[in-house]
Ligand binder design. Structure first.
Ligand code: SF4
Ligand code: SF4
Length: 184
């Protein structure tokens, strides 16, 4: 191959490459965009997404938290603190309850540890800011007026209650099964 024809071959190859790029660009100009702009467009996140934490209430409106300290014990970054107290009927509650969201890693271990479903993570994630002190949330910032993911659950109808019937007869309890039916 002569030097001259090789030169023109390279030119043709470069021009074809450029034409291909322009064709691809033009094709996308007339297509609907696939990028979703935030915050103009906000996706609805799954209910189990791990964002901002709340303290929920029982169906009767009482605070679910009994200040058992299990969530603060489970928290790997020690960002939960509280002080327990006892109400007139002997029901425990948190006199104060504090979460430092500047340290929280949204792992969900506090929610896993909670026996009363009081502490729950929500899909809300957009609450950033430059002031770290503003991320220390007190009980009044955390406490909501609903039951969150399981609004019907009432800890006091399950805990410390004598079971009168046989197995499977208690509130929300499944009938016992024969484990042999689960064998492969
Ligand atoms: S989500 Fe994890 S890091 Fe945040 S408060 Fe709960 S246990 Fe602690
Ligand atoms: S939020 Fe749950 S785990 Fe934490 S202190 Fe209250 S009842 Fe216990």
């Amino acid at each position: 191959m002569s030097e001259k024809s090789g030169f023109w071959r390279e030119i043709a190859r470069g021009a074809a490459g450029l034409a291909g790029s322009y064709r691809e660009t033009l094709r996308h100009v007339f297509e609907a965009p696939i990028t979703e702009q935030y915050p103009e467009y906000k996706r609805v996140l799954p209910e189990r997404s791990r964002g901002r934490i709340i303290l929920t209430r029982s169906p009767d409106g009482q605070e679910r938290c009994v200040a058992c300290y299990l969530c603060s014990g489970a928290c790997p970054v020690n960002c939960i603190s509280m002080q327990s107290a006892e109400g007139p009927g002997g029901r425990r509650y948190a006199a104060w309850f504090r979460i430092n969201f500047a340290r929280c890693i949204y792992c969900g271990l506090c929610e896993e540890a909670c026996p009363t479903l009081a502490i729950q993570l929500t899909p809300e994630f957009a609450f950033s800011g430059p002031d770290l002190a503003a991320f220390v949330f007190e009980k009044e910032d955390l406490l909501v007026d609903h039951g969150g993911k399981d609004s019907e659950y009432d800890f006091y109808k399950h805990a410390g209650v004598a079971v009168e019937g046989g197995k499977g007869s208690h509130l929300d309890e499944d009938e016992p099964i024969d484990v042999r039916t689960l064998l492969p």
